[in-house]
Design a protein around this ligand. Structure first.
Ligand SMILES: [Zn+2]
Length: 433
């Protein structure tokens, strides 16, 4: 081969290789499942719906407001094909505890509802055991969510917020007795300050046993409230600090990097969720009560706050419900709105007996209109709601007799610039600090 011929040969070879790669990339088979997602399989809700996205709303699994519609493509990315939740997805429950007391009778003043008696906790753990309800680890939940690995029947995740000392002294012996896993959501300033908090040794002992250490931010701020009070720039800096500090601190002290987050006071909005995703949190937990399945947005998971007292029947009922699937929710889940009298609306996707629908704004049961043809449920607020966070809860029984419910959360912005925490604001805070 002469020089010209050799050049032609190489050129042909390169062309053939390029074409081969192009054909492979186009036709290659999909992976059966994604074990380690390259980027988080979570997609932010676009703020401006397009014609294309609105067309697919009926198939959208995530609740979405009219101004906040999730695109079909987004849902495809949110939950990959193998792990996609369907309306028949099986539920899991997440319980949230704070602090514990071993001898409540010794307190002369009424106990805070956040202090849970050890004997009641033991009763609850025994209830789980007797009823085939299986506590799972966060690891198991993530393997299920992202890898499709099956969970045991009737799964429950036990979570413990803040990092109070009584978690080690009072709760932990019971957990050990039942050999149950559990998750500590720690806020790092509390652990650093070493006041009424767990010591590093306590945490290490709990970690050695198998409890998982996860993030509850740096300083436990009501982030929604702070966001209103500060400029966008200042809030951005603060938010990154609040969410990233536990990742670094827990890694440094306990050699583990958290991958999940519990929002302080259960407060979140689009901006907070966006930053949570950016920092590679895979799952995040609210305190919106109710069961979960994989149709629930992974960064807005439900948790049942266990407050003292809770009756045995109420506790048992937490495990008897399934997710009520909603679409086109207004106000959107986590949305900040200005109106104090919004028209609350949503589409119920499950085949329900509409006579069983109950709608609550906060704890108040409210009347509603329901259109059985369009499945649209509406309530026009007559009385102005106060600024701050509000829950919307819908309950219904489906045609098979299965009770279902769904709770979402929105915030009404405070008007004016000077903001002092109001009594209402404190009441909507769902924590004991
Ligand atoms: Zn907390």
């Amino acid at each position: 081969m002469d020089l010209k011929g050799s050049r032609r040969f190489w050129l042909l070879l390169v062309l053939l290789l390029t074409a081969g790669i192009a054909v492979y990339l186009t036709l290659r088979p999909e992976w059966p499942f994604q074990t380690t997602p390259v980027s988080l399989p979570v997609v932010l809700e676009p703020t401006t719906p397009t014609a294309q996205t609105t067309a697919g709303v009926s198939t959208v699994l995530e609740s979405a407001s009219s101004t906040n519609i999730v695109s079909v493509e987004a849902v495809g990315l949110t939950v990959n094909a193998q792990t996609a939740g369907s309306l028949n997805d099986s539920p899991f429950v997440v319980l949230c505890y704070h602090r514990f007391v071993s001898h409540p009778e010794k307190f002369t003043e009424k106990l805070s509802e956040y202090r849970f008696p050890q004997a009641e906790f033991r009763w609850q753990m025994q209830y789980l055991k007797d009823n085939g309800i299986t506590p799972i680890s966060m690891r198991q939940l993530k393997d299920y969510w992202f890898g499709g690995k099956p969970l045991p029947a009737r799964p429950v995740l036990l979570t413990f917020d803040d990092g109070f000392r009584s978690l080690y002294d009072v709760m932990f012996p019971v957990l050990q007795q039942f050999k149950y896993p559990g998750v500590l959501f720690l806020y790092t300033d509390f652990i650093r300050d070493q006041g009424d908090s767990l010591t590093l040794e306590d945490i290490k002992a709990m970690q050695k046993y198998g409890m998982e250490l996860e993030s509850h931010t740096k300083s436990h701020l009501n982030l929604g409230y702070v966001e209103e009070k500060t400029t966008a720039n200042d809030f951005s800096v603060l938010l990154t600090k609040e969410l990233s500090d536990p990742l670094e601190y827990i890694e440094k002290e306990f050699n583990y990097t958290p991958t999940t987050l519990a929002y302080p006071y259960g407060v979140y909005d689009d901006r907070i969720v966006e930053e949570t995703q950016k920092l590679n949190y895979q799952l995040a937990f609210t305190v919106n009560p109710g069961p979960n399945d994989r149709t629930v947005p992974p960064l807005k998971l439900k948790r049942d706050l266990i407050l003292n007292p809770i009756g045995h029947e109420s506790f048992a009922a937490l495990f008897a419900t399934k997710v009520l699937h909603l679409a086109q929710v207004y106000p959107g889940d986590g949305e900040f709105i200005l109106k104090h009298r919004p028209l609350v609306s949503m589409i119920i996707q499950d085949d329900i007996d509409y006579k069983t629908i109950k709608l609550y704004i906060g704890t108040a049961s409210v009347n509603y209109s329901y259109n059985p043809k369009t499945h649209e449920l509406k309530h026009q607020l007559k009385k102005a709601l106060k600024s701050g966070g509000h829950f919307v809860r819908v309950e219904a029984v489906d045609k098979t007799g299965q009770p279902r419910n769904y709770t979402f959360y929105f915030r009404i912005k405070h008007s004016g610039l000077v903001l002092a925490p109001t009594k209402e604001e404190k009441l909507t805070g769902v924590d004991d600090k």
